[in-house]
Design a protein around this ligand. Sequence first.
Ligand code: GLC
Length: 442
Amino acid sequence: MTSFIDGLPNDIIASLTISVEQLQALSVQFQVEIDRGLTGDRSSLKMLQTFAQQPRGDERGRVIVVDWGGTHGRVVMVDLQGSGKYAVLHQKDLKFTDAQKTSSAEIVFGIIAETIKQVIGKDQQRSYSLGFIYSFPARLKKINKAIALPMTKGWHLTGLQGKDIVELLTLALQKQGLTNVTVSAVANDTVAPMVLHTYCTKGQHPTAKPTEIGLILGTGTNQAVDLPSLGIYNMESGNFSGVISVHTRYDRQLDQELRDPPSGAQLFEKMVSGQYLGELVRRILYKLVLQKVLSWPVVEVLQTPFAFETSSLSRIAKDTSPALKDIELLLQEFGIQSTLTERRLVKEIAHTVVRRSARLVAASVTGTLRKIDPLWAEEHTIAVDGSLYGRYPGYNQMVQTTLAEIIGVDRAKRVQWVFVHNSTSAGAAVIAAVASREGFSE
Ligand code: GLC
C-alpha cells in the first residue's frame, strides 16, 4: 500500500496552509488597498462607487429584475410589499453556453431582453421599473449609467467594454418593443444581500442599523461595503493581489495559463471562488499522478482544464463513510479505480484547498471591518450569498472560526454573519425602488 506520510503530498498540503500571522498581514494589506483605492492611488481594489442607497424598509411596488453574472442568471418579477416583505411573482432562468460567454454583447443582451418579454407576458401596457444586477466590474457614473470594465469569470464579450450597459439593455428592450420598461438601477451582486438584509431588518425595526458588508462567495467572490459618510462601494475584492505572497506553484501556473481573466488579474478570486477551486484540485491531483504518487491512469478529467468541478469538492466533503464510498464512485465516474489511502488523500487535498479559501475570505473581511471600525467598538453584520458559502459543508464555520483566530474570540462574537439565500432578485428590486424614489442622482 502506498504511504503518504512523507514527501510530495505533505509538501503540497503545507504549502496550502496559511498561518494566522500571514492572515493578519494580509488583512492589514487589504485595508491599505481599500484606502489607496478610495484615494485613487494604485490599488488592486477598484473601490467602485455604487450610487445605491440603503432602504427604509417600507419600499413597495412591482419591479423587474435581471440577474446576470455567470452561466446561470434569471429574470424575475418581484413585488415589494413594505415592512421588509416581498414576493417573487414570475421567474425565468437565463442559461448561457460556453460559446455565448465569448460572443458579443448584442447576442447576450438580446437573450436577456427576450426573456424579459416572456416574464412580462401580455401585460405590456403597464410601466415597469427594472433593477439590473450586473455581476462584473463596472464604473458607475450614476445609479443608471454603468460603464463596463474588463469582464471576469471567463467571460469576454465583444462590444461591451467601455459601453454603458444601461444603454445596451435599453436598446435591446426597444428591439423587443418593450418601451414600457425603464432601467432604473444597475448594481453589483454584492450590494443585493446588503440592502436586502437592511430592508428586512428595517422593515421590522425601523431604527435598526443598516447592514454594512455584502459578500458573495459563489462562482466569483467580491465584497461591497457601506463606508461611513462615503456610501456603498463595490470593492471588486476578487482582484486583491496581496495574496501573491502566499501563492503556491499551482496558483502561479493557473494564473499564467489562463487567458481570461489575464495573468495578474483576479488573483484573490483565483484562490478563493467556486470557479477555480475544483481546477486547483485537478492540477494538484494531475501532478501527483504524473509523479506516480497516485498510481492512476491519466484520464481525461485530470488533463482537461476546469473538467473537475467545484461541486465535486462538496460531494467529496460530504462523504464521511469509513470506506469513502462516494468518493470511490466519483473517481470511478472519471475512470479511476482507487485505494482507500488514495481516497483519503483526495479528501485531504480537496479540504485543504477549500479551507485555504475560507481563511483568505476571513482575512479580507477583517481588512474591511478594520476600515469601518478601527477601534472594534461596534457590532457589525455581514450579509453573504453564494453557492460556496451556502452549499459546501462547513464553509461558513471555517470562515467564522478563522475570523476569531485573526481578531480574537470576543471581537468575532460581535460580528454577525447572515446567509441571505437568493438575495439577488429581491435585493435588486429594493435597489431599484429606492433609486426610483430618490431620483437618478449623479
Ligand atoms: C466577480 C466579478 C464581481 C462579482 C463577483 C461575484 O468577481 O468581477 O463583479 O461581484 O464575481 O459574482
